[in-house]
Design a binder for this molecule. Structure first.
Ligand SMILES: Nc1ncnc2c1ncn2[C@@H]1O[C@H](COP(=O)(O)OP(=O)(O)OP(=O)(O)O)[C@@H](O)[C@H]1O
Ligand SMILES: [Mg+2]
Length: 52
């Protein structure tokens, strides 16, 4: 099965990038897909939120 890479990015910060990515990951996970989510922002909010 081929993997799909989806990027959520824009120049402006604080505009909901992380939240959008997290919601997509949760929705795809609920749909029985295997999901890996990585936040490359130095804040690393996603990893903190998901306790990775
Ligand atoms: N659709 C929304 N409605 C209301 N608040 C939202 C929505 N999306 C995000 N927020 C809030 O806006 C703030 C910033 O969201 P988020 O951290 O996802 O942005 P970001 O673009 O990833 O920010 P950063 O540039 O710091 O990484 C958070 O407090 C989040 O809870
Ligand atoms: Mg972010």
């Amino acid at each position: 099965m081929a993997a799909q890479v989806t990027t959520v990015a824009q120049q402006k910060g604080g505009a909901g990038n992380t939240r959008m990515a997290a919601h997509l990951a949760i929705a795809w996970s609920d749909a029985a897909r295997t999901v890996a989510i990585v936040d490359i922002d130095p804040h690393a909010y996603t990893e903190a939120r998901f306790a990775v």
